[in-house]
Design a protein around this ligand. Structure first.
Ligand code: MF3
Ligand code: CO
Length: 254
């Protein structure tokens, strides 16, 4: 499938979809504390999404049973919320959320510490977030897709962390997952040429240990095979002729 180039009207709809998601994420972030269950986080997320008149795009996606992916510690992504999964002081938790506004999808993820966490865990979270920003320094029209992948890899590799290879970022628009796929690790080719009007979900997933992952019995939850901590950071980004627009970050944080 060809990579879609959004019209001015579509870009406005993407902006609004992503702006609403940034608010949902900020509210979810405030709810993170020892004692909350991953189920409660999902319920709050679904309510926030529906209260702004939107639809949770993850719910029932390929049979996924919730609106928010909540992944704790060695869980990389796609953790399924559960009433008996209670966050504990010292855990790290990744929240992946998305919504549909007037037919247009947004997608973003954040990783938080629960209460006081170790310096090592905090570094993993910080490096994962920074790797996104290193990647999007390359995200402008005329550059190539894998310039982003290579920049993420070059930054993360300095820390000896494992970059997850089995899952990648993606185009986004009238579908949650559109072409192209966006690896977070170095590529030998340059990939397609970036054009203004592309909207991309760029989402490094980084393990403190090795890069290998496996799937739990539920067929969704992806975990680090070596049991090491894992962090995830994602935003939906608009490619322009100049600096990219990070649509799922509040303007004050860009
Ligand atoms: N943000 C996730 C991704 O891009 C979407 C998860 S789909 C779900 O892969 F079904 F797991 F929710
Ligand atoms: Co995504």
């Amino acid at each position: 499938m060809a990579v879609s180039i959004k019209s001015a009207r579509e870009i406005e709809l993407m902006r609004e979809s992503c702006r609403l998601l940034s608010i949902v994420h900020d509210e979810l972030g405030k709810a993170i504390r020892p004692g909350i269950s991953t189920y409660e986080i999902d319920a709050l997320g679904e309510k926030l999404i529906r209260d702004c008149g939107c639809i949770p795009n993850f719910l029932h996606y390929n049979g996924y049973p919730a609106s928010i992916c909540v992944s704790v510690n060695d869980e990389v992504v796609h953790g399924i919320p559960r009433k008996d999964r209670i966050l504990q002081e010292g855990d790290i938790v990744s929240l992946d959320a998305g919504l549909i506004y007037k037919g247009y999808h947004s997608d973003a993820a954040r990783t938080y510490g629960v209460g006081k966490i170790s310096a090592e865990a905090q570094q993993l979270i910080d490096v994962t977030k920074q790797s996104f920003f290193e990647g999007i320094k390359m995200a402008k029209a005329g550059n190539h897709l894998y310039d982003i992948s290579n920049a993420i890899d070059a930054y993360v590799s300095q820390f000896g962390y494992g970059i997850v290879r089995d899952l990648v970022g993606h185009g986004i628009g009238t579908s949650l997952h559109e072409d192209p796929q966006i690896p977070n690790f170095a590529q030998r080719r340059r990939g397609l040429k970036l054009q203004a009007g592309m909207t991309l979900a760029i989402e490094p997933m980084i393990n403190m240990g090795r890069c290998d992952v496996e799937w739990l019995e539920d067929d969704w939850t992806v975990v680090a095979e070596d049991g090491s901590l894992s962090a995830h950071y994602e935003n939906t980004v608009l490619i322009t002729e100049g600096e990219p627009e990070i649509l799922t970050l509040p303007i004050s944080e860009r």
